[in-house]
Design a protein around this ligand. Structure first.
Ligand SMILES: NC(=O)c1ccc[n+]([C@@H]2O[C@H](COP(=O)([O-])OP(=O)(O)OC[C@H]3O[C@@H](n4cnc5c(N)ncnc54)[C@H](O)[C@@H]3O)[C@@H](O)[C@H]2O)c1
Length: 354
């Protein structure tokens, strides 16, 4: 029988629901404690998921010796401090994306993982999705070939969620760090995690949060405020890697675009793949180009299933039966890329890594 893993959930807001549901359904996981600055919110989740211990202070939760692992679902700027405290308290950690808000903090987390010998999984949930795993198997079998170009977009025409998302001090940035992290990480991971050589990035804060818009609904944070917004509303970047490959990306919270757009495309010497919006392989047979659509349950990212798969994997990691697919090192590299894009934009020129 596999070891039971006792879980503490930190940050009981929107995304915690995905974590709680997945732990609740896992036969080897037991939800032991939950914590949120907003105790009413934590109590509501505790009642829904039958969690015995509720806190409004993370250190009280971490002091319990009957917790093996924690999920950190708080605002981005607190990820580093809470991850390090949890590791030092002997817990394994699943921390939501982005790993944190600076390279310095990312390196401190990496050091804490090394010092404590605990496991840390970064919440790059899309790596665990079935469509990504299928692409990975094709790449590993050399069907796509060396990938030399990738292109990703995550465009919202109207969708600045407000609240802490648009407060740079708590979020670390706007659409780049919030949704850009997903698509940049997916491309980088599937390209074989090449070393970054240079970044040329641009960020724009031209449209604000467009709270004036009527007749078009969009997702709002629970604590939405229209008067608070100091993050970029769009970003783009060209990332060049040491192996010569390149990645072109653009993301937005708002843009005068006709449609929302989510695309992740990779181009190799032996074939191409569109991971989003719908998994398609592009190949060649008998001198004819083919678009190949696999027969699978989810051709696109399935939100709930993705979290189930990510958390299922994390439990296996805590049990010592699996290696994480998203280790702290990758979280550090992603922070270098995201912060590099912000830095390049700030300087108004390409930046180089050695
Ligand atoms: N993987 C994904 O697809 C995905 C999707 C959405 C959000 N996220 C990430 O999840 C995290 C939370 O996002 P959200 O949308 O749930 O935000 P949210 O505002 O809905 O919830 C965050 C909660 O954390 C609590 N909190 C903040 N600091 C805390 C602290 N120090 N101790 C205890 N509680 C604290 C807040 O009170 C709030 O209830 C963010 O890092 C975000 O980037 C990931």
């Amino acid at each position: 029988m596999s070891k039971q893993i006792r879980i503490g959930l930190i940050g009981a807001g929107s995304i915690s629901e995905m974590h709680l549901r997945a732990y609740h359904e896992h036969p080897d996981a037991k939800l032991q404690a939950i914590c949120d600055l907003n105790e009413t919110r934590a109590n509501a989740k505790a009642e829904k998921y039958d969690i015995p211990h509720v806190y409004n202070n993370v250190h009280d939760l971490l002091a319990r010796d009957d917790i093996d692992a924690v999920s950190i679902c708080t605002w981005n700027h607190s990820h580093a401090e809470i991850s390090i405290a949890a590791l030092q308290a002997g817990k394994h950690v699943l921390v939501e994306k982005p790993l944190c808000t600076s390279v310095e903090d990312a390196l401190a987390i990496q050091q804490a993982v090394a010092d404590t010998g605990r496991q840390l999984q970064v919440g790059f949930v899309r790596r665990y999705a079935s469509n990504t795993r299928i692409v990975r198997s094709f790449i590993d079998s050399d069907d796509i070939g060396p990938i030399y170009y990738a292109k990703a977009s995550c465009i919202r025409k109207l969708g600045n969620p407000g609240g802490w998302f648009s407060d740079k001090q708590r979020s670390g940035g706007g659409p780049l760090i919030d949704v850009g992290v997903h698509v940049i990480d997916l491309c980088w991971y599937l390209m074989g995690r090449p070393k970054v050589a240079s970044i040329s990035g641009n960020t724009y804060a031209r449209l604000g949060n467009r709270s004036n818009i009527q007749n078009l609904s969009f997702y709002k944070a629970a604590d939405y405020r229209a008067d608070q917004n100091d993050v970029e509303d769009m970003a783009n970047a060209l990332i060049r890697f040491e192996n010569g490959a390149s990645l072109l990306v653009d993301v937005s919270f708002t843009l005068h675009a006709k449609e929302d757009e989510l695309t992740v495309k990779l181009y190799g010497e032996r074939g191409g793949v569109e991971l989003e919006p719908e998994l398609t392989f592009i190949t060649e047979k008998h001198n004819t180009i083919l678009n190949v659509t696999p027969q699978i349950d989810n051709l696109s990212f399935n939100f709930q299933k993705g979290f189930q798969d990510e958390i299922h994997h994390f439990i296996g990691v805590c049990q010592g039966e699996k290696h994480t697919l998203s280790p702290v090192e990758d979280g550090v590299e992603m922070m270098k890329i995201l912060c590099g894009i912000y830095e390049s934009s700030h300087l108004g020129r390409e930046i180089h890594f050695n």
